[in-house]
Design a protein. Structure first.
Length: 364
């Protein structure tokens, strides 16, 4: 699981911003949202332009150089803060796998990786800085010439990516667990446009996927369970590319579904792949949802075993009936904190945290 993330000089984050998931409070309610002492589920709130989307994109920068999974054009656009365009962007991740802690840091320019460091349980595995590479020689034997070539690579490749591709790892090695975790990270959104990054390796047509995997009835049941909508689809054959609603001679589903139902269709598609996912972020997941539907969708998402976070403007979700104060985050002014750290008051189950939020009781 990810326990901590920090980034500096990325887009609107001129200064370092740290998101800490490693210190949940001791609330006795909604304990499903905490796993092994780490925040497993959460909702991120903040004013327009506060950095919710940029934080999500920053967290998923890691997949660009460490995986072959799908990338999104937004991940490459103007990543360096405009006020410090000559400086590098720095990223910091802390992962925990069982009792092992992996700290991974790197900085990058528009040309690629400029520095990189991995620390495992307090011991430096390797460090690349100023074209100089030091590496743990017993586990990763390498000639001085190879080290120089890797440190001075013209295409600025990732040292960690190189180690994964060249050296054999046992399946229980923490760095192999990290590899599997990063390859299972997923970010998706459906607001101005639909997009995703991570987990999959290419584009899939959702209705075609539903038909090919015999999920038509299951999809219909999903829509009814979360939104109350009843869609009856005509029997589909393998090779069909569209869902056809059983109305008259048949009406293509895409012609009569609402924007909100279209968003639910995307959500359904990704929930079918959640068994392979590790860390999931959904940006403005409820942009087209009724407030009650947003609540039901959150309940469904947070019941899964994955580490899942969403961003939202919907304060109806800011309730202890859904999560807890240490799982509701506010991002603003280059900081992100859980509600319990945004006030001196002791927050209890009976508190109306939404009312407090609207009354400006929380200060990031």
């Amino acid at each position: 699981m990810i326990t901590k993330f920090a980034v500096k000089n990325y887009r609107g984050f001129a200064d370092r911003i740290e998101w800490d998931l490693s210190h949940p409070s001791s609330y006795s309610f909604n304990t499903f949202a905490i796993k092994d002492g780490i925040v497993k589920n959460g909702i991120i709130y903040g004013p327009n332009g506060s950095g919710k989307s940029n934080l999500a994109l920053a967290v998923f920068d890691i997949i660009l150089h460490l995986t072959q999974k799908a990338k999104n054009p937004h991940q490459f656009e103007a990543i360096i803060n405009a006020l410090h365009h000559n400086d590098f962007v720095s990223f910091e991740y802390t992962f925990r796998f069982g009792t092992n802690i992996v700290d991974y840091k790197y900085s990058k320019s528009i040309d690629g990786i400029e520095s990189e460091k991995v620390v495992l349980d307090g011991n430096v595995v390797f460090a690349l800085d100023n074209n100089n590479l030091t590496i743990e020689s017993l586990e990763f034997p390498m000639t001085e010439e190879n080290k120089k070539q890797l440190a001075n690579s013209s295409n600025k490749v990732s040292v960690l990516g190189y180690l994964w591709s060249v050296y054999p790892f046992n399946s229980d090695h923490p760095l192999m667990k990290m590899k599997e975790f990063v390859e299972g990270m997923l970010l998706f959104w459906n607001h101005e446009e639909r997009g995703f990054a991570g987990l999959d390796e290419g584009t899939t047509f959702i209705e075609e996927y539903i038909i090919a995997n015999d999920l038509v009835d299951d999809f219909s049941d999903f829509l009814k369970s979360v939104s109350g909508q009843e869609f009856k689809f005509k029997a589909a054959q393998k090779g069909d590319k569209q869902l056809i609603c059983d109305i008259g001679d048949g009406v293509p589903f895409y012609k009569i579904r609402s924007t909100g139902t279209s968003s639910l269709t995307l959500l359904y598609f990704w929930t079918q792949k959640m068994s392979k996912a590790t860390f999931v972020m959904i940006d403005e997941f409820d942009a087209f949802y009724h407030y009650d539907l947003s609540f039901k969708v959150c309940q469904k998402l947070f019941s899964l075993s994955n580490q899942i976070f969403v961003t939202s403007h919907n304060t109806y979700l800011m309730t202890n009936d859904l999560l807890r104060p240490d799982c509701n985050f506010i991002i603003n002014k280059n900081k992100i904190k859980p509600l319990c750290l945004c006030t001196d008051k002791e927050l209890r189950f009976g508190n109306s945290i939404e009312k407090m939020y609207r009354g400006n009781a929380f200060e990031v």
